[in-house]
Design a protein around this ligand. Sequence first.
Ligand code: SAH
Length: 356
Amino acid sequence: MSTSCTSPDRNQIRHWLTTTNPHDLDELWRQADAVRRQHVGDAVHLRGLVEVSNRCTRNCLYCGIRLANSKVPRYLMTTEEILDCTRIAVEAGFGTLVLQAGEDESVAASWIAEVISAIKRDTDLAITLSLGERDEADYRLWREAGADRYLLRFETGDDKLFDTIHPSLPGRRSDRLALLGLLRETGYEVGSGILVGIPGQSFDSLVADIERFGSLDLDMIGVGPYIPHPDTPLAQHSERFLLADGEQVPNTVEMGYRVLALARLICPRANIPSTTALATLDGPAGRELGLQRGANIVMPNLTPQKYRRMYEIYPAKAASTEAAEQSIAGALSQIRALGRTIGSGRGDSPNLLKDC
Ligand code: SAH
């Protein structure tokens, strides 16, 4: 199990989340980088991200593509457009395509299955899905069509906070932890993660979330700072949610790095991306620092430019207007400049080998 390696205990996690001593923080970055190198090596795997649709029936209080945000024009990519992205991913030597979307039944399960089959027919790409909470039958259908991995962040393990910021749909209680178990049973490689610094998120709950990464034995972990979107209730009324100073986790980029580094210590063999949220807050240095503080994955955005601005889960998503070719070239030169190599093959999670 990944948890048996170098896991810091609860008190160490809390210390590293709250310390103001720069030497202690340097030690955290150093350990995360060393554990990353020892367990997943210097290769950085590239995943091509395709934001298939911004249609969404949910009203998450943090997310810019929530149903109630009528300012966002809605789109659904065509099969041909997705296959064009697939070709770009293959030409660039990527091992994985990530299909992400809002949660909407009009993004039909049968159509997604056809897209998966078409990609699998033409390429050796691994396919990761990030399509939110769907019926068990959909998850099974997509797995049978050839999808390999599923990303579903539990966002926060504080049930009360989660229910507030991620309201359940009528008659269907959101239970992302249960869904992660179901996804695992269905045969997916499973990824999850959290938002860092959600108004209302306490250090106690953040410590518990980081410990949970280990008990869930995640193959992939995505974490990033919460970035307020002006057209959402959480941004408009943050004062209603914020905890007292000292209790409230700040949504700073630095707190994002701390959680990323701790995720690496807790799950040494997981695939962990240097997320776009870090690059959005910290510019190009954000991706680099993520890679130096535990991450081993980069996800260049391959979504056609005409749709980029519409997939605005938070404002100024990094490089939101950059063409796919530019975003790939930028990622490659950054990785090489760090002395890291570009991963070849699918980049399956070493965590599945379970022998650390
Ligand atoms: N519909 C899918 C994909 C959502 S987008 C799902 O619900 O799983 C992927 C991730 O973006 C979310 O899991 C969330 O953690 C993150 N996200 C959403 N709004 C955000 C915000 N305002 N700031 C930072 N990250 C955000």
